[in-house]
Design a protein around this ligand. Structure first.
Ligand SMILES: Nc1ncnc2c1ncn2[C@@H]1O[C@H](COP(=O)(O)OP(=O)(O)O)[C@@H](O)[C@H]1O
Ligand SMILES: [Mg+2]
Length: 290
């Protein structure tokens, strides 16, 4: 990234800090980092995002003082199984980059192969360019990006992407996500990708305790209170769930929570005036049987 851009970035950061107390509803750097830290587990993911943030912020401050700025790649590879928090963290990264002044919008534009590839030769470049256009100033998040390495259509999407990352180097940030092995092959399949995606962040599967903690967080965030019996049964369900390719990680915890909320409503359906405690409490019965 040019040092002129980094200087602008730093100026934007300062301006943002000055006006933080005013109307802006945009979260600050500190707020976004706090949201990151509040996520369950993901210790190494958090420290890598903190480091990346510090590096980009310092580059901006150095550029502002006319110092040389080493090229810091802003693009990231997120590897991990489904439900391990990749989309959640990508959304925070988009906000962080905006708070750093590196992106003007800081939205997360999510897509995958079907959003980029068209069925006719020549059409894919047009479709991919349109998505890229909509993602300028934001983060373009490409899920299961390795599926682009499968055929010529995917290749057309990749070459369009690589060119856009060069042409719009100051306005476009790309995060590609997918299973670890497939993503490694994908990145290595194209020198343009290899040179642009320098940083890979690994999202591990969640432990039993972490899945219970995610369930608890989802419940607390919606004013529900699982009883100790509910948590005990949750643990059994988590233990019994096969950790195969279909394992949902965070999504498994979320699905259990959503089904418990449905069951809770059904259980209390005949109470005209449930008490506050009844309205809040999730019982073991609210969870599905194994
Ligand atoms: N570390 C975490 N802390 C709290 N909730 C999480 C965490 N990781 C995942 N979740 C929950 O699990 C769901 C799936 O996460 P997501 O970010 O979509 O995973 P991925 O993109 O890797 O498939 C989300 O709805 C989120 O609520
Ligand atoms: Mg996702």
């Amino acid at each position: 990234m040019g040092s002129e851009v980094m200087a602008r970035a730093a100026a934007a950061t300062t301006a943002h800090a000055d006006s933080a107390a005013s109307v802006s509803a945009t979260p600050t750097l500190a707020e976004l980092l706090a949201q990151l830290d509040e996520l369950v587990g993901l210790k190494d993911v958090k420290s890598q995002v903190h480091r990346q943030t510090a590096l980009l912020r310092m580059s901006g401050l150095r550029a502002q003082k006319g110092l040389k700025v080493p090229t810091v790649s802003r693009h990231l590879v997120f590897v991990g199984n489904p439900g391990t928090g990749k989309t959640t963290v990508a959304r925070l990264v988009a906000g962080l980059y905006r708070a750093l002044g590196l992106l003007t919008k800081g939205q997360l534009i999510e897509t995958d192969r079907s959003g980029l590839v068209a069925g006719y030769v020549g059409q894919t470049a047009i479709k991919t360019s349109a998505i890229i256009e909509s993602a300028l100033g934001s983060v373009l998040f490409i899920d299961e990006a390795y599926s682009l390495a499968e055929d010529d259509f995917g290749e057309e999407a990749v070459s369009t992407l690589v060119k856009a990352m060069e042409d719009h180097r100051d306005e476009l940030v790309v995060i590609v996500a997918g299973y670890p092995d497939e993503m490694k092959k994908f990145i290595e399949s194209n020198p343009g990708l290899e040179s642009r995606f320098g940083t890979t962040i690994l999202f591990p599967d969640y432990s039993e305790d972490e899945l219970v903690a995610i369930f608890r967080k989802l419940a607390a965030a919606s004013d529900f209170e699982p009883t100790s019996g509910c948590i005990e049964k949750l643990r059994e369900l988590v233990r019994a769930e096969p950790r195969d390719a279909g394992f949902g990680n965070g999504r498994f915890a979320r699905n259990l929570f959503e089904s418990a909320v449905g069951h809770h409503a059904w259980r209390l359906r005949e109470k005209t005036e449930p008490s506050l405690a009844e309205l809040r409490r999730l019982h073991a019965d609210d969870l599905p049987e194994r």
